[in-house]
Design a protein around this ligand. Structure first.
Ligand SMILES: [Zn+2]
Ligand SMILES: [Zn+2]
Length: 402
């Protein structure tokens, strides 16, 4: 049971004391970091300058374009690469989500783990579908892992968007504005209008910057930044569509905003929204799981859906599944604690509780120990152990050295 997976401010895969961390949000990790793509909730380790990171060049270019500062200490990975770290080998696969997005396959002598990051499972106007990878443990994102999320075919959505812009908004003297993510959907909409219409596309701020990076990496996209001369003229003439990131306000009159996002499925008819998503929907997630034929599936990324999706995997595919948590998972089940880990946890605890006579609250200790990668469960077990040995004593405020 040397191979373990757990989630603690990042997804940690360990094999015999070596390991890798995927998309961490904290900087207390001791293993090399792999970043799956440029969305902020996955790339935050680029704020930690000292930690060594692996990422695609596209990911780094996107972050730089979006104004991330001091990006350093990173190694370039590309599709097909195999990175060796001691006994662990990390293979790089396409994730089909946004420019430069990858999945990471971890090979160890004990088994193979696939970390999907965010995945798109459809050939879209800008992306190729993610590939399934045979693995023993599959760690899969579940943003839209609920049966309510069933997206129409990409071309149908595209035609709907074009129809709305050209036959509803514009004829009524209203300027169509797509509110959407600046990485992924914005470029997909540009490509849709470039392919299906002759209508020029005007982009704002981050949508323009991100699209420039797509263009640098070989994507044939035609658009005009709203501050350029062409862009200003087009907005003046109102013979164009506008793509603007969610939340940003434009000083324009008579506009007709529409949201483009997978969440559109949940919207009522009164607000205009298109279910354009760079994530897989429920059915495609399930068929992806089947193709990877894992022995176990661990879910993450999706709030309550992360907790519900495992039951569908169990009933529809007969594969063991549960949400990823701070508890270490192995090929053979969840481990509460291995002897050696309890020992390191106990030692760390004694380093933390160092002032004699001072009472330490359990909640503070849990937080401190989490920074060193220990779960609440592990910390509490170590506390019990030290209390039972008479090294610590319990009082109303917490625990102190005896
Ligand atoms: Zn993403
Ligand atoms: Zn994400």
């Amino acid at each position: 049971m040397a191979l373990t997976v757990r989630q603690n401010k990042g997804i940690i895969v360990e094999y015999k004391g070596q390991g890798v961390v995927f998309d961490p949000s904290g900087n207390s990790h001791i293993h090399p970091i792999f970043v799956s793509h440029a969305h902020a909730d996955h790339a935050s380790s680029f704020k930690f300058q000292d930690s060594p990171k692996y990422a695609t060049e596209e990911t780094v270019n996107l972050l730089t374009a979006l104004g991330w500062k001091n990006i350093q200490n990173w190694n370039k990975v590309k599709l097909g690469d195999k990175i060796k770290i001691d006994d662990i080998e990390v293979h790089i696969h396409n994730a089909g989500h946004v420019l430069g997005s990858v999945q990471y396959e971890v090979n160890t002598p004990e088994g193979t783990i696939l970390y999907t990051g965010d995945i798109g499972l459809e050939n879209s106007y800008t992306m190729k579908s993610a590939e399934s990878v045979k693995c023993d443990i599959l760690i899969i994102e579940t943003t839209f892992g609920s049966p309510i999320f069933s997206f129409p075919k990409r071309r149908e959505i595209a035609l709907d968007m074009v129809r709305w812009a050209t036959m509803e908004a514009l004829p009524n003297q209203r300027l169509p504005i797509f509110k959407t993510d600046s990485i992924g959907n914005a470029q997909e909409i540009i490509k849709i209008f470039n392919t299906l219409t002759k209508l020029p596309v005007v982009t704002t701020k981050s949508a323009s910057k991100v699209s420039d990076v797509y263009r640098d990496h070989g994507h044939d996209l035609n658009y005009y930044d709203y501050k350029s001369k062409d862009g200003e003229e087009l907005l003046e003439s109102r013979r164009c569509v506008v793509i603007s990131p969610k939340g940003s306000k434009l000083p324009l009159n008579n506009t007709e905003p529409a949201l483009a996002s997978g969440w559109a499925v949940l919207f009522n008819k009164r607000s205009k929204a298109f279910p354009l998503s760079d994530h897989a929907d429920f059915k495609s997630l399930l068929s992806f799981v089947r193709k990877c034929s894992p022995k176990k599936v661990l879910t993450f990324h999706g709030g309550t859906i992360t907790k519900e999706f495992p039951s569908y995997i169990k009933t529809k595919l007969g594969i063991e599944a549960r949400p990823l948590s701070v508890k270490a998972e192995t090929m053979n089940g969840q481990i509460q604690n291995s002897g050696s880990r309890t020992k390191t946890c106990t030692n760390q605890l004694l380093k933390t509780i160092k002032i004699p006579g001072f009472s330490y609250s359990t909640s503070w200790l849990n937080k401190e120990m989490a920074r060193s990668g220990f779960s609440v469960n592990e910390t509490l077990l170590a506390l019990d152990f030290l209390i039972s040995r008479g090294i610590l004593e319990k009082n109303n405020d917490g625990v102190k050295l005896t």
